[in-house]
Design a binder for this molecule. Structure first.
Ligand SMILES: *Cc1c(COP(=O)(O)O)cnc(C)c1O
Length: 404
């Protein structure tokens, strides 16, 4: 049967303490025990259903985790205070000094900086590879490699990872395949394709209202228990815990994710096709010209489309800045980093979200100065949006007037 992530979320039933249709929010950092023995057992990790302290777990965080695990089809999940909180506590849980990671070279700037500059302090080394080339992935694996890391759709180049192929490589070498699925929630289900651990920055599409940061690690009960372990769990000990009030609000926003993703995706596809026809170098996985288009199509849960992110190359940073400033002035979106908002957001990744990546490496991976990353919003009339964007492109000299 076809995998239906949104239905899996829908099928969960929650009631609040007084029969509320939303679960009650656990507004406490600590929890009472009727007996001292239960407190001891909870510390030891074997008192099901008891809460100890909210850095460890809280009812609200468990509800949100459960819903995200249902979406990704994993046994369970651990919510974190940010995407980076989920990524770093997962990688530090999986690796010890001397271990090695093979990672895609086109990943979120913060993750790249963590692997390149921070993890080596603990003697965890990373080799960055072009993840679309399996022979390069294989060649980078050493006897110390523990983790294979990638994004299902990479930031900001929108390379599509062959998750099934990578999972076979991971299995053959005994590695844990960790996939950051932030760009393609619902649309791609990495666990179903063979990933061991799926991570999201909830900050983006999943929460969708750009009012908080958040993250999640979806995996087996065994791994999540280890991450939460009071003695040596990276989640518990590094403390990237989400606040209960926030997790309750993220859970409410998650309810409409399927509707939003469909709209983000159809708006993005519409604009990508138009921009490409206008002669712009346009990158969007839904375009036939995208090198990963067929692969994405094979992997995707069709209902949700190819996601809301596209990039345009307008030739130079100056042009990119001029266009973005004008589009903001015309209220077509905001010049801001991040993604998944109701309004279109645009930024030049080379000087913002990927600025952690040295210029030379940026060039090598095809990240050019004039690249604009768009997170396409939920606009009701995307044709109208397109016409207005086109006016901005004419005004900045990127399109000729007679084409309008
Ligand atoms: C934003 C982002 C992150 C980091 O998430 P935060 O919530 O900002 O900590 C990680 N991966 C990807 C792909 C992202 O877009």
């Amino acid at each position: 049967m076809k995998y239906k992530p949104a239905d899996n979320i829908q099928d969960l039933q929650y009631f609040g303490e007084f029969g509320g249709v939303n679960p009650s929010i656990s507004d406490s950092s600590t929890y009472t025990f009727l007996s001292a023995k239960t407190m001891f057992d909870t510390f030891e990790g074997n008192a099901e259903g008891c809460y100890l302290y909210s850095r460890h777990s809280s009812p609200s965080n468990l509800y949100l985790g459960e819903a995200l695990a249902a979406m990704e089809g994993t046994e369970t999940a651990n919510v974190a205070a940010s995407g980076m909180g989920a990524i770093t506590s997962t990688l530090l849980q999986l690796c010890k000094a001397g271990d090695h990671i093979v990672s895609s070279r086109t990943i979120y700037g913060g993750t790249y900086a963590f692997l390149k500059n921070f993890a080596p302090k603990f003697n965890v080394q990373t080799t960055f590879v072009d993840i679309t080339k399996p022979e390069l992935v294989e060649a980078a694996i050493t006897k110390n490699t523990k983790v294979l890391y990638c994004e299902s759709v990479s930031n900001p180049l929108l390379e599509v990872a062959d998750i099934e192929g990578l999972s076979i490589i991971a299995k053959n070498h005994g590695l844990t395949l960790v996939v950051d699925n932030t760009f393609s929630p619902l649309s791609l289900s990495p666990k179903k394709l063979g990933a061991d651990i799926v991570i999201h920055s909830l900050t983006k599409f999943i929460n969708g209202s750009s009012d908080t940061v958040g993250g999640v690690t979806c995996g087996t009960q065994e791994f999540i228990n280890a991450q939460r372990n009071v003695n040596d769990g990276a989640g518990m000990l590094l403390g990237p815990t989400m606040d209960s009030l926030r997790s309750a609000s993220v859970l409410k926003n998650l309810r409409t994710l399927h509707i939003r993703m469909k709209q983000h995706s159809s708006n993005a596809l519409y604009l990508a096709e138009k921009f490409e026809a206008d002669g712009f170098r346009t990158v969007y996985p839904g375009l036939k010209s995208h090198p990963g288009h067929k692969l994405y199509k094979k992997m995707m849960n069709e209902d949700y489309g190819f996601g809301g992110i596209l990039t345009l190359d307008v030739g130079s940073l100056d042009k990119a800045n001029e266009l973005m400033e004008l589009m903001q002035e015309k209220n077509l979106g905001y010049l801001a980093v991040s993604l998944g908002f109701y309004k279109t957001l645009f930024s030049a990744p080379g000087t913002s979200t990927s600025s952690e990546i040295p210029e030379e490496e940026q060039r090598e991976m095809g990240l050019s100065d004039g690249l604009i990353r768009f997170s396409i919003g939920l606009d009701n009339d995307i044709e109208r949006t397109y016409q207005r964007m086109k006016e901005c492109m004419v005004k900045t000299g990127l399109l000729e007037a007679e084409l309008v």
